[in-house]
Ligand binder design. Structure first.
Ligand SMILES: [Mg+2]
Length: 337
């Protein structure tokens, strides 16, 4: 049975909560996290002076991906031709402005919309250098015309809405294309395509292990898939074995690059597929890129388990909850899923 409203909302809200939980420890080693938050590591959202738990660039860019898709949808609905990747590129140019960059003349016509004035989106929370430099170069990367050789996780961490809006094969193509706007290495964009496909497969109603296997089967049709497909196979094996999370993560990496972020998130999603809270805590307490692995893992589990399985106290305290719910509902109303 297809997963509808609750799961669209769960995907975006879940990702934001994962991002917010991981943010205070993003650049800390596991030993430092335990030193500061106790032997179980960080296990609750840190509330900032604004009264909310802060999201970071992962969720901010996810919001702009959703905006780009929805803007393209309304153009297409008016029977006009629309380049969907260009629409998302323009959305990322708006995101760039929120990060303190100056508006440029060529893009004057695109600086509009309801997101630009949101205070929470105008906060800089360690935005990825590749995203900043690629977008400020004013060159739009694509799979066929890569603009760099980066495979940082900045491509994958922002494409969950792609899997909500498009059916799965198209979600793979578009997820990869939207990531390639800034990340030119195959593992930078194929990890994003695989992630979007996985979300779409869950929305279609599949169980998580089947969805992962389907994702691998789709991924291997693409050139240069090996880094991504190998790590997914390894993540599946590790999740089903009885090694500790710490050992598993040491085999999968730290999550700073696309394929590692995908592998780590898939590992935690499968291992903790029935327990949002436990899995979330595990997914940010490690040496690596905690907010990105937290956010990708929770996008996956939110799409699988739905909003109802997310602790209410976390949903209420995460920044931009209302924006995320609105976008989830719009994606549902417009999607072909
Ligand atoms: Mg971040």
């Amino acid at each position: 049975m297809k997963r509808k409203s609750e799961y669209f909302q769960g995907c975006l809200i879940g990702g934001a909560i994962g991002d917010a939980l991981g943010w205070p420890v993003e650049f800390m080693r596991y030993s430092q996290i335990k030193g500061k938050y106790g032997k179980e590591g960080i296990h609750d959202l840190v509330i900032s002076s604004s009264g909310k738990a802060e999201i970071t660039d992962d969720t901010q860019m996810t919001i702009f991906t959703a905006e780009g898709i929805l803007r393209a949808d309304s153009v297409l609905n008016n029977q006009q031709i629309c380049d969907e990747a260009l629409s998302v590129y323009y959305s990322y140019q708006r995101w760039l402005i929120t990060q303190g960059y100056t508006k440029v003349k060529e893009y004057e016509h695109i600086y509009d919309g309801w997101l630009l004035n949101k205070v929470e989106l105008n906060a800089r929370r360690a935005p990825g250098n590749t995203c900043l430099s690629a977008l400020s170069s004013k060159k739009q990367g694509s799979i066929n015309n890569p603009i760099n050789n980066s495979k940082g996780c900045g491509g994958i961490m922002r494409v969950a809405p792609v899997g909500l809006y498009y059916e799965k094969e198209k979600a793979f193509v578009m997820g990869a294309e939207f990531a390639a706007i800034t990340h030119g290495h195959p593992s930078g964009y194929l990890s994003a395509g695989a992630f979007a496909f996985l979300i779409a497969s869950l929305i279609e109603g599949n169980e998580i292990e089947l969805a992962i296997n389907e994702t691998i089967a789709e991924l291997i049709n693409y050139d240069n898939h090996k880094e991504c497909s190998d790590i997914l196979v390894k993540a599946l094996e590790l999740a089903k074995s009885n090694v500790s999370d710490e050992e598993a993560i040491s085999e999968l990496g730290e999550g700073w690059v696309g394929e590692e972020a995908l592998g780590i998130s898939v590992y935690f999603s499968l291992k903790y597929s029935n327990d949002f809270e436990k899995g979330l805590i595990a997914s940010v307490n490690h040496d690596g890129d905690s907010d990105s692995t937290g956010s990708i893992t929770r996008n996956i589990l939110g799409a699988y388990l739905g909003l109802g399985k997310i602790p209410m106290k976390w949903m209420e305290s995460v920044e931009l909850k209302d924006v995320l719910l609105r976008l989830a509902n719009e994606l549902l109303n417009k999607s072909s899923n």
